[in-house]
Design a protein around this ligand. Structure first.
Ligand code: C6P
Length: 414
């Protein structure tokens, strides 16, 4: 697809689009316009091929066999750990724990570090823009431990109140668990500054990187976060695999999560000793095929170049924001100074779901609803939003199709 106006392309989008077979399909007899990338990104052919290659050529269980297939599978699986380490700038591969995704990563910390460290009266600090998976695990923990969940408020632009954050931090704060990029607003939070302040107050910090990993350069050592969780499926990789990063000394001292094969050193009926990192937290046969293909996705992002991807996506964000602002009755929810390529909006007197259904009939995929951020929707006094989220393969032409579709939908619904 060619860009319809004169802004120069920083990426060869046409050749990138050719690598994503799904983008050629039609929906409701229209070319697919996929603008639901914050929910999950599409996968390049290389990632799809990597899954098929594993099952076709070297399917075997890992870390367990001495035969050739097992060795090949183990090497490929561990190569992903190294790629993930490099992707987020971790100090060692032992700090990379494979999980099912962000949700499992956060729960792992709540069930292990949380149960070890949180005592009655302790405070856990999250923000008003958290995804449910960074709210509910802490609520469960706080109920169990008689601890207190405190909330950093969000202003009308969708930015965190840093003043309130500083006031909330105190000697009872044991953990700050914060989203780096809001999935509902697109806001980029100043996590480095927040981590620094939390550490000064003696608190640990978990960063929910579900939405940031694909858009921002991540360097966990520079951020100095204690934990960082993200999912492969939002970074052009498969579903069912993600990473929990933790500082080695923390992971070493935390209790185990799930028990079973792989996570043990020796088992007797009297006592079991546990494996070293990272295997201590990886019980049972893992999701081998998808983990292997995850490296292919990380290689794809690296080869394309995060800086170029970000520039292209920022251009799309600016273009979409300007176009949407022209639509009478449309209100953008989330106007932070720092944003990623995602726009949430509501249209006066029209339910977001009705818009979503009409857009789908035009082949346009957006997400509508509360985006698993019900408290945030309540904060803005709305039932939900329409959310268009852009990836490296999206074009300005697709944004024009969205705008045109919205205008038609508004006419039909008013
Ligand atoms: N947000 C969205 O459409 P999982 O499901 O474990 O891969 O990721 C959970 C998660 C955690 N934090 C944030 C900020 C997220 O955006 C998500 C997933 C998707 O916005 C699905 S609800």
């Amino acid at each position: 697809m060619k860009a319809p106006n004169s802004i120069p392309e920083v990426l060869d989008v046409a050749s990138i689009r050719n690598q994503f077979p799904i983008l050629n399909r039609r929906v409701k007899e229209k070319p697919l316009v996929y603008l639901d990338n914050a929910a999950t990104s599409q996968k390049p052919q290389s990632v799809i091929d990597a899954i098929s290659d594993y099952y076709t050529n070297y399917n075997a269980n890992i870390h367990r066999g001495i035969h050739t297939l097992a060795e090949e599978a183990t090497l490929a699986y561990e190569a992903t750990r190294h790629a993930a380490q490099e992707f987020i700038g971790a100090a060692s591969p032992e700090e990379i724990i494979f999980t099912r995704g962000t949700t499992e990563g956060i729960n792992l910390v709540a069930y292990t570090w949380g149960r070890q460290h949180i005592i009655p009266g302790d405070e856990i600090l999250i923000s008003a823009m958290e995804h449910h998976s960074n709210i509910v695990p802490w609520q469960i923990l706080c109920e169990e431990k008689d601890a207190v969940l405190k909330i950093i408020p969000v202003n009308d632009h969708g930015e965190l109140s840093m003043e309130a954050y500083m006031e909330l931090l105190n000697e009872r704060t044991k953990l700050v668990s914060i989203v780096q990029v809001s999935n509902a607003l697109g806001t980029v939070n100043p996590v480095k500054e927040m981590i620094n302040a939390a550490h000064k107050a003696g608190a640990r910090v978990l960063v929910d990187g579900a939405q940031s990993a694909v858009h921002l350069d991540i360097d966990v050592q520079d951020l100095d976060c204690d934990f960082f969780a993200f999912s492969a499926h939002k970074v052009y990789g498969p579903t069912g695999i993600g990473v929990l990063y933790g500082k080695k000394e923390l992971l070493d001292s935390m209790p185990v999560f799930q028990g079973g094969g792989e996570m043990i050193k020796e088992v007797t009926f009297e006592k079991t000793t546990y494996n070293d990192l990272p295997y201590k937290y990886e019980a049972g046969t893992p999701n081998i095929a998808d983990t292997i293909a995850f490296k292919t996705a990380l290689d794809f992002v690296k080869e394309t170049g995060k800086a170029a991807i970000r520039e292209h996506e920022n251009n799309l964000l600016d273009y979409a924001t300007a176009q949407l602002q022209q639509i009478p009755g449309l209100r953008i929810i989330g106007e932070a100074k720092e944003k990623v390529s995602l726009v949430s909006f509501v249209i006066k007197d029209i339910h977001p779901q009705d818009i979503g259904i009409i857009l789908d009939n035009m082949g346009i995929a957006v997400r509508t609803g509360h985006h698993c951020t019900q408290p945030l929707m309540k904060r803005f006094g709305i039932p939900g939003t329409v959310r268009a989220s852009f990836a490296l393969y999206n074009t300005r032409e697709e944004i024009d199709i969205l705008i045109n579709g919205l205008q038609k939908a508004i006419k039909m619904l008013s």
